[in-house]
Design a protein around this ligand. Structure first.
Ligand SMILES: Nc1ncnc2c1ncn2[C@@H]1O[C@H](COP(=O)(O)OP(=O)(O)OP(=O)(O)O)[C@@H](O)[C@H]1O
Ligand SMILES: [Mg+2]
Length: 373
């Protein structure tokens, strides 16, 4: 039977691992703690307490889901706590949860999307690199930008590449963490985040799934959200005014239509950039990047693969390349003579892997961009 002591032990372990940045270890504890809390809620006769307990459980599950995504983000991160250990700052405990990164992805690593790259250069990179020219022509430096588009098209990659091209420190924040009672008070979390970012010469704050923080339907907002959203908007409006500093806020979303339009007003996330599914040229490059490095038979024809993958996202093509290597790999593990990946391997994988984004959904993004939603 679940007891509050068991719940607390599991939750404490999960949160401790989370704060250390050990997302793989944190996840099972958070899930077990949530399960425990659900059991406690089921036994609770007081409906108000039961509701609260269920909400806690839900929040823990959100945090656990977030662990998967963060664990995937890979190495290269540097935690605030490490800086504290380095002796730079002893007063950083409250912002332990803020993850700093120095990404190493460059624009050249991103296939296609040349229009998007040009737009980002114009809005974000040149004004930072040439502040005197930007001033002369009254071009704004810094600010906010919203990357929107179907899943797996490279939005997160772009955010990292922007930070890398600017040589800026990147703060990766998830709404689930920002809003979590387990991590700290939401208002303080927001304040700490912007303080930490402002302390850097160049900083990019990246918030994925930004729609989770500022949904359109106010009725669905908790009271915490009602206090925190205006605070974030205020910080956003204030942050690019300080001279000599470059501070940028990037949001990414798969559901731009669920955003509160208030977040897109001038001075906030006012630059909106559509990151679409890759066109033929971009898919060619994606096959070069993800398949080209593997041993290939002469019959592998990239142009034909490009034709067969209309509507596939970058992430889909990466997955196709990975799965294509599985068959010859397993054969050779089983003792066969190692052979190259051939066209039949890749076509078979494409056949059994439909694109993850439907045509209908992809049109929905374009329509939203034209203001038709
Ligand atoms: N244009 C691209 N060039 C190179 N790799 C890409 C591209 N698009 C996607 N990928 C690959 O797919 C993976 C997923 O991309 P990414 O996480 O940036 O997508 P996303 O748009 O942020 O998706 P989501 O909306 O689900 O968060 C990347 O790690 C990368 O390997
Ligand atoms: Mg992403």
């Amino acid at each position: 039977m679940a007891t509050f002591a068991t719940f607390k032990r599991l939750k404490d372990k999960g949160v401790a691992a989370l704060k250390q940045g050990d997302y793989v270890a944190a996840k099972p504890y958070l899930i077990q703690a949530a399960e425990c809390m659900i059991e406690l809620a089921e036994e609770n006769k007081d409906p108000r307490q039961r509701g609260e307990q269920e909400a806690y459980a839900k929040e823990l599950i959100e945090l656990a889901k977030d662990c998967d995504r963060r664990a995937k983000q890979g190495p290269g991160r540097r935690r605030t706590r490490d800086r504290a250990r380095d002796g730079e700052d002893s007063e950083t405990r409250a912002e332990d949860w803020i993850v700093r990164e120095k990404p190493t992805i460059r624009f050249d690593d991103i296939a296609g999307l040349d229009d998007v790259k040009d737009e980002i250069y114009l809005k974000m990179i040149y004004p930072f690199q040439h502040p005197e020219l930007a001033e002369r022509y009254s071009i704004n430096v810094g600010g906010g930008m919203l990357l929107y588009g179907p899943p797996g098209t490279g939005k997160t990659m772009f955010a990292k590449a922007i930070a890398c091209e600017l040589d800026a420190t990147m703060f990766v924040i998830s709404p689930a963490q920002l809003m979590s009672k387990w991590v700290g008070e939401a208002e303080q979390n927001v304040q700490k985040l912007f303080e930490a970012a402002k302390a850097e010469d160049k900083a990019v704050i990246f918030m994925d799934e930004v729609e989770a923080l500022v949904p359109k339907r106010r009725s669905s907002q908790s009271s915490v959200m009602q206090r925190v959203v205006p605070q974030i908007l205020q910080e956003l409006e204030g942050f690019d005014r300080k001279a000599g500093q470059a501070l940028m806020f990037l949001g990414a979303t798969n559901e731009p239509w669920s955003l509160d339009p208030a977040i897109m007003r001038p001075g906030r996330l006012d630059a909106r950039i559509y990151v679409p599914l890759p066109d033929a040229e971009a898919r060619f490059r994606l096959f070069e990047i993800y398949l080209g490095q593997r041993p290939l038979d002469d019959d592998v024809n990239f142009a034909k693969l490009v034709e067969a993958t209309d509507g596939y996202s970058g992430a889909d093509i990466k997955a196709v390349a990975e799965r294509s290597a599985t068959r010859p790999f397993l054969e050779s593990v089983a003792g066969a003579q190692p052979r190259n990946i051939n066209m039949a391997d890749v076509l078979a994988v494409i056949e059994e892997t439909p694109p993850s984004v439907s045509k209908k959904d992809s049109v929905k993004y374009e329509r939203w961009g034209l203001g038709e939603d």
